[in-house]
Ligand binder design. Structure first.
Ligand code: NAP
Length: 455
């Protein structure tokens, strides 16, 4: 995959970047290691000040930064603005909360004084996806840098200008030279970077194959990893739900980021008593969405990020048809527009036990399943290799309790859409990965939890 900006709305290659040589990678790791030796001695108030300054820059420059995201990966400009604003929020959250989250923790024991302290590990490698080009990086960088680590970023090859802009923002915010660096390298360089003795741990957000590859390479070197991988999250609607709100939220939850979000609702599991009504209302919503130029404020859905994603999505929809699925709307790439456009699509009657029903659909395609009761709904929700975040809708508190306890996922949202929030931990189980980002759990992933015992 070339390291390049290719506008998904037009297919035009706007800028290409040479990949770093091995010598250049070594020089950047040298710089990161030198930076760590000094940076780990800085105090929270300094780090907080730099992170707050990064938040201020993000807010001041959000129009330009959002435009860059839209240009490189096709998200709507309005959603890109919201993404930059959210990055400022996570910077401020950790600037304010990290000092308490990482404060020494006294523990009673047989010592005269025993406690836990949290210390930085060193260079942390972040391998990141294109779908939230700023948010994915800032939610790693804010806690990692507050904890005194230094970061190196291998971003997705189709968002190089976003990757460089993030390094530039953190540098202008005041973080010392080498504390956060972007490495413009392809995926094939990742294993040798994690094998470098100076790199202490890695986090990867992306696909299962990428996660498996990085975790295997890190495992060989006994280095910790956090993996945030795919999802095929259920959106369960039971008969007592507020159906209008559920349908409106279902539409937003599926179409988030042109349908290319790990936590997008992907499988709609609806109790039979309301399934026809739900599907009819969902169809109306999907058909009202406007597909087109992601820069236009009227647009709801922009292009898929790459031609490969479009082809993959198209092939998955064809597989649904091959096993008996029926399309209610959409179902074919949009060929009248240049770029990688796919329409909002609803598929029903896909057999629940078919292989395709277990795959992740990374685009604006909803699979709707009708189930007789809550038992079947929970069974189907859990009948997936993934377990990221589930959304479930019911007014019945007993049903809510069952859904909370019985759904196998990293998060359950009742009567709301699954979303990330700096205050709440984020991450998955099963093939959606392991480890957590955000909140206190996220900042504790890349620290040495040191036990101190004094007599
Ligand atoms: P991807 O191909 O795995 O790419 C993600 C990152 O991994 C990129 O930087 C990519 O570099 C790199 N990469 C690819 N293959 C690699 C390998 N073998 N070894 C090391 N690094 C490798 O993922 P994607 O298709 O762009 O992203 C979509 C996937 O990410 C979806 O499955 C989605 O659900 C998941 N995702 C998960 C979360 C979460 O928080 N759980 C959030 C967002 C997305 P190149 O670009 O150079 O190939």
């Amino acid at each position: 995959m070339p390291i390049a900006t290719i506008n998904p709305a037009t297919g035009e290659t706007l800028k290409t970047f040479p990949e770093l040589t091995d010598t250049e990678i070594t020089a950047k790791l040298d710089l990161a290691q030198q930076a760590f030796v000094k940076y780990r001695q800085t105090v929270f108030s300094e780090r907080s000040q730099w992170l707050n300054q990064a938040a201020a820059i993000l807010e001041q420059e959000k129009a330009e930064l959002a435009r860059l995201m839209t240009l490189e990966m096709g998200k709507t400009y309005k959603s890109a603005i919201a993404e930059v604003e959210k990055c400022a929020v996570v910077c401020r959250y950790y600037a304010e909360n990290a000092p308490q989250q990482l404060a020494d923790l006294p523990v009673e024991s047989d010592a005269s004084n025993s406690f836990v302290c949290y210390q930085p590990l060193g260079i942390i490698l972040a391998v990141m996806p294109w779908n939230f080009p700023f948010w994915q990086v800032f939610r790693f960088a804010a806690p990692a840098l507050m904890a005194g680590n230094v970061g190196i970023l291998k971003h997705a090859s189709n968002v190089p200008q976003c990757a460089l802009a993030i390094e530039d923002i953190l540098s202008r915010a005041g973080f010392p030279l080498g504390v956060f660096q972007t490495l413009l390298v392809g995926a094939s360089k990742v294993n040798s970077i994690i094998a470098d003795e100076r790199v202490k741990a890695a986090t990867l957000t992306g696909s299962e194959p990428a996660g498996m590859s990085l975790a295997a390479a890190a495992g060989k070197e006994i280095k910790k990893t956090v993996l945030e991988l795919g999802g095929s999250d259920p959106f369960i609607v039971l008969a007592s739900a507020d159906i209008d709100t559920a349908v409106a939220t279902a539409t937003t939850a599926r179409m988030l980021n042109n349908g290319q979000s790990c936590i997008a609702a992907k499988r709609f599991i609806v109790e039979a008593a309301i399934a026809d009504q739900f599907t009819k209302l969902l169809l109306e919503k999907f058909q009202s969405l406007k597909v087109g130029d992601p820069m236009s404020p009227e647009t709801d859905i922009g292009p898929m990020a790459t031609p490969g994603i479009l082809q993959e999505l198209d092939a998955q929809v064809q597989k649904c048809l091959a096993v008996g699925g029926k399309i209610l709307t959409g179902g074919q790439p949009i060929t009248e527009l240049p770029g990688n456009y796919y329409p909002p699509t609803i598929v029903i009657d896909v057999p629940q036990d078919s292989a395709i029903a277990r795959e992740e659909f990374f685009g604006p395609v909803a699979l709707v399943f009708s189930v007789p009761d809550i038992d079947t709904a929970i069974h189907l929700a859990n009948d997936t290799p993934f377990g990221l975040g589930a959304s479930a809708w019911t007014k019945d508190t007993n049903q809510q309790h069952r859904l909370i306890r019985e759904i196998a996922a990293g998060a359950v949202f009742i009567n709301g859409m699954v979303k990330s929030d700096p205050r709440l931990p984020f991450g998955g189980i099963k093939r959606s990965g392991y480890g957590r980002e955000l909140s206190i759990q996220g900042i504790h992933e890349f620290v040495n939890v040191k036990t101190v015992w004094v007599k």
